[in-house]
Design a protein around this ligand. Structure first.
Ligand code: G6P
Length: 369
């Protein structure tokens, strides 16, 4: 096992560090920076079928659900198709919108999650085309779907998903662009700019990993926090949910993610000086609103750790600690924030002496409904 960890203390840490490579591999040969085209040979839908789609429903559980939420924002930004994201186990209670004009995208790193499998079987029976995004070749979901797009991230052993999460985001962004180009909703120029942003992720994720020691030092300060909040807006909202999920899974600290705008509708009542808040406030169209939310949080004397852009010299005056990530566009930035938050969760758990690769009561693949 030590050999398989390649010198890392845990599989999770090794897998976090594999992301510059896995992010490159997932896009390799699939994105054309010069034409703005996306090549997904696996897709079985014809251009006419894509043109007649009325809705997309993304189905997933756990971390994959958060990648699905990012997919919703991305698909709705680059196409005119409305998207909903459903938790696998809840899909059956509202599956009446499914039919030939509904595209189903099922996301599952293992390809075996029983709730997601049940949902796609139901959807296919009702005539929907199902695209699976998974990491495991030949998995149940890949066999049940009409087409499968593999993340090519290599095996992931740590129970807490890391490189498969960022791989899923890359695939769902590619599907978004593919649909947008096929329907003529996005120009080649706009697609090219998103593609070059995506292609920068491999290199920029290396720069995030270089901050490991700094992030570990921040994590050390919070090992005894009783609970944590994570907040963000737009694509940074699912990144906040995922940051909270990572922390609760492996450190056993109660942590919750919120859309920053929702704080005032309940969570603010819980805020005290000993609940730290991680605020994802990178430079993007929601930056000013995030700064307002941070001020609301600081008014309750909670500590704020901001995830901010490298170029941001202003944020440090509003918060207690800042983790800077490379400047990036609004699609790439949440991926980089997520990597920083994976490292943060890892080090909090490590300093608390938790069994990081095998957290209590959790499994890598959940095959019961
Ligand atoms: C389990 C794993 C999570 C994963 C979830 C969904 O709970 O511990 O890491 O996100 O299942 O798994 P899937 O394989 O469908 O992505």
């Amino acid at each position: 096992e030590a050999a398989e960890k390649c010198g890392y203390d845990h599989f999770m840490l090794k897998e976090i560090h594999e992301q510059p490579k896995s992010l490159k591999d997932v896009m390799s040969g699939r994105l054309n920076e010069f034409t703005g085209d996306v090549e997904l040979k696996e897709m079985t839908l014809t251009r006419a079928e894509i043109g007649s789609l009325k809705r997309v429903i993304i189905i997933a559980c756990g971390t994959s659900y958060h990648a699905g939420m990012m997919g919703k924002y991305a698909i709705e930004s680059v196409t005119d198709i409305p998207v909903s994201v459903e938790i696998g186990s809840e899909f059956r209670y509202s599956s009446n919108r499914v039919g030939p004009e509904t595209l189903i995208i099922a996301i599952s790193q293992s390809g075996e999650t029983a709730d997601t499998v049940a949902a796609i079987k139901d959807a296919r029976k009702k005539g929907s085309n199902v695209i699976a995004i998974t990491n495991v070749v030949g998995s149940t979901i890949s066999r049940e779907a009409d087409s499968t797009i593999y993340m090519r991230t290599g095996p992931e052993i740590g129970v807490a998903a890391t490189k498969t999460f960022t791989g899923q985001i890359a695939v769902i962004y590619m599907i978004a662009l593919y649909l947008g180009r096929a329907r003529g909703n996005i120009s080649p120029e706009d697609a090219r700019s998103i593609i070059s942003e995506m292609k920068s992720l491999s290199q920029k994720s290396k720069l995030v990993l270089e901050k490991e020691e700094y992030i570990a030092n921040i994590a050390r300060m919070f090992v005894n926090a009783p609970s944590f909040f994570f907040v963000g807006r737009n694509l940074n909202f699912p990144a906040a949910l995922e940051g909270a999920l990572k922390l609760k899974e492996i450190s056993y600290i109660y942590s919750e993610g919120f859309a920053a705008g929702e704080l005032k509708h309940g969570p603010l009542a819980l805020l005290t000086t000993n609940i730290p808040v991680v605020a994802i406030a990178t430079r993007c169209p929601t930056y000013d609103k995030m700064v307002s939310n941070i001020k609301e949080i600081k008014a309750r004397d909670a500590s704020v750790i901001a995830i901010a852009s490298e170029c941001d010299n202003k944020i440090s005056q509003f918060v207690d600690l800042v983790i800077k990530i490379p400047d990036a566009g609004e699609y790439a930035s949440p991926v980089l924030s997520s990597i920083a938050l994976q490292l943060f969760a890892y080090y909090v758990a490590r300093f608390r002496g938790c069994p990081i690769d095998k957290p209590r009561n959790l499994a890598k693949s959940v095959t019961v409904e």
